[in-house]
Design a protein around this ligand. Structure first.
Ligand code: FES
Length: 96
């Protein structure tokens, strides 16, 4: 049985669940939460946002983030899967 994690997006206070092995972006799409995106494979960085709390794991070895950005808490939702409940900061998020 796969775990379900809850993602909250600040400052809009949108919330959705991520089930199975969906990425943060795929699960947002299915929950009618719109996050910025383009390539969906971890290179363009248009989905980049900050992780305010929680943990993620990546499906690719080194997503298009510098070590400094990673250290500052930036994540790429198109290739990140939650390993705990999360709070993300994305000012361009909206419900559709
Ligand atoms: S959509 Fe391009 S890096 Fe996430």
């Amino acid at each position: 049985m796969s775990e379900i994690f809850t993602v909250r997006i600040e400052p809009a206070q949108l919330q959705y669940d991520v089930e199975g092995d969906l990425t943060l972006l795929e699960a947002a799409d299915m929950s009618r939460v719109q996050l910025p995106s383009s390539c969906r494979n971890g290179t363009c960085r248009s989905c980049m946002c900050r992780l305010l709390s929680g943990e993620v794991a990546y499906s690719i070895d080194w997503p298009g983030l510098s070590a400094e950005e990673k250290a500052e808490g930036y994540v790429l939702p198109c290739v990140a899967r939650p390993t705990s409940n999360l709070v993300l900061e994305q000012t361009q998020a909206s419900a559709f």
